[in-house]
Design a protein around this ligand. Structure first.
Ligand SMILES: [Ca+2]
Ligand SMILES: [Ca+2]
Length: 475
């Protein structure tokens, strides 16, 4: 059948169905892939989800190829199906020579807000002005997003050295350990040291609460309730914290440090990343990419800390002679139950063919349809985030250029249940316009058109869409 014949057929079917009642988005629907639409971002440095008072948005710190040939960093926001730039180096009060180092959501002075940490490069005509460094000095700053614009954060919140283009003290997270929300951060031991300590914001300054010793540095701060109540876990390459023997990680309960377990010796990479997931046996930390040793053996790509002991979760199988890692880890409920999701450049998880992304329910791994092809063109899949999309439903987002058998400009969306797949134009009624929309998606090879959620977008997807439309989305 040719494409015009197809169009003729489906228009007939659609008009025959006439207008259906408003579809319900509260019923179970099979998860499916979609695209978030074009975004002019090249390299994703960081993503997070935040509600600035106008609904959840997906925030992306990425390289913007720009229009005039120059590249620079921008903050992009995706909301209501649209990408928008909310910060450029030369817009919204940010200066020309600016490095955006990271975004962080903090609760400060009773208000939860998105903060941006950055470094301005200040050019000097007189090399003698700043420490004798020829012509350049760096100034760290934080800015707070009001929902409409960026305003300066507290003085001293992010501090650096004039000759280094990155902060030496900066905020990492807010946490309420029973004494109200407090901001925790990292602080260099001495001005030019690469050993970092755990700090707490007093309102006007940073105080050191965790001095790592025995060699090296705190690398990552992670909140976790291991059964003692919510605590702050510090991971790093150290053997003692505030004089308490703690190898590789230590727990801060708001008052003092504890050594949870003596057997971990870590040397975390910068992409060391943990989430809390309950596989039915209680909440545990699942950590991706820990380097070093656990219980005297080399850790896997995915390691579990249950508050008592470490164990290795068998996960990705790396093709020989390739360097890969888990590039993203998240907990998402696709309608069945919360499960652990990982993404990265691989094709197989524990014998299960799952390309680039996989779901783990605590026992078994499974693919997300055709997943993300491995190897994929462009960067490896990354930047896993979970957000409720009011238009489509509960969603898992992942940076990719192809997903679910279709083409994705940069960022793909795996839509969980409940959803109303047949409502292609998302206007909450099923009409012939949804067929027209589907044809457009099909022509664009948007993964949404892969109704059968297999590896290809083809004739079977037209038939599938027709069936899904006819079934409707219930009252
Ligand atoms: Ca519709
Ligand atoms: Ca298909």
């Amino acid at each position: 059948m040719t494409r015009p014949q197809f169009i003729h057929l489906i228009v007939l079917v659609a008009t025959g169905l006439a207008l259906s009642p408003a579809p319900s988005y509260a019923q179970n629907g099979q998860p499916y892939w979609a695209s978030t639409g074009p975004v002019n971002a090249n390299i994703f440095f960081q993503t997070l989800v935040f509600d600035d008072g106008f609904g959840d948005g997906l925030y992306l710190l990425a390289l913007n190829p720009g229009g005039g040939g120059g590249t620079y960093q921008s903050i992009f926001r995706w909301r209501s199906g649209m990408w928008e730039v909310i910060a450029n180096r030369d817009e919204r009060g940010l200066s020309l020579y600016t490095n955006l180092t990271h975004m962080v959501v903090l609760e400060l002075d009773g208000t939860k807000a998105l903060y941006l940490v950055g470094v301005d490069e200040v050019r000097w005509h007189d090399p003698a002005v700043v420490n004798g460094i020829a012509g350049v000095a760096f100034v760290c700053w934080t800015k707070r997003w009001t929902g409409a614009t960026w305003v300066p954060g507290p003085p001293g919140f992010a501090v650096g050295n004039p000759d280094e283009p990155y902060p030496r003290r900066w905020p990492v997270m807010s946490l309420d350990l029973g004494d109200g929300p407090r901001v925790y951060g990292m602080l260099a031991e001495t001005p030019y040291s690469s050993n970092f300590q755990v700090a707490r914001w007093t309102g006007g300054n940073w105080e050191v609460i965790g001095a790592a010793s025995g060699g090296h540095s705190v690398v990552t701060l992670i909140p976790f309730d291991d059964g003692h109540g919510l605590s702050l876990y510090a991971f790093g390459d150290f053997t003692a914290m505030n004089g308490i023997s703690a190898r590789g990680f230590a727990r801060w309960d708001g008052q003092q440090w504890h050594a949870p377990y003596p057997g971990l010796v870590t040397r975390q990479s910068s992409d060391f990343n943990c989430v809390t997931f309950d596989d039915g046996s209680g909440p545990a930390l699942y950590c991706a990419n820990g380097g070093g040793w656990i219980n005297g053996q080399e850790p896997g790509f995915l390691n579990k800390w249950d508050g008592q002991t470490w164990s290795i979760i068998p996960s990705i199988i790396v093709p020989p002679k390739t360097l890969t890692t888990i590039n993203g880890i998240a907990v998402f409920d696709d309608g069945r139950a919360p499960a652990l999701y990982i993404t990265g450049g691989w094709g197989n998880v524990q014998g299960v063919a799952a390309s680039g992304i996989a779901r783990f329910d605590g026992t078994t791994w499974e693919p997300l349809g055709a997943g993300i092809p491995y190897p994929q063109h462009g960067p490896r899949p990354n930047s896993l985030q979970v957000m409720h999309d009011p238009r489509r439903g509960p969603s898992l987002f992942v940076g990719a250029t192809r997903a679910g058998g279709g083409i994705v400009p940069k960022y793909a969306q795996w839509v969980g249940s409940p959803n109303c797949y047949a409502d292609c134009d998302l206007d909450r009624v099923l009409t012939v316009a949804d067929f027209v929309c589907f044809i457009g998606m099909f022509a664009a090879q948007d993964p949404y058109a892969n109704c059968t959620v297999d590896a290809t977008i083809d004739v079977a997807d037209f038939v599938c869409y027709q069936t899904r439309f006819a079934a409707g989305c219930g009252p």
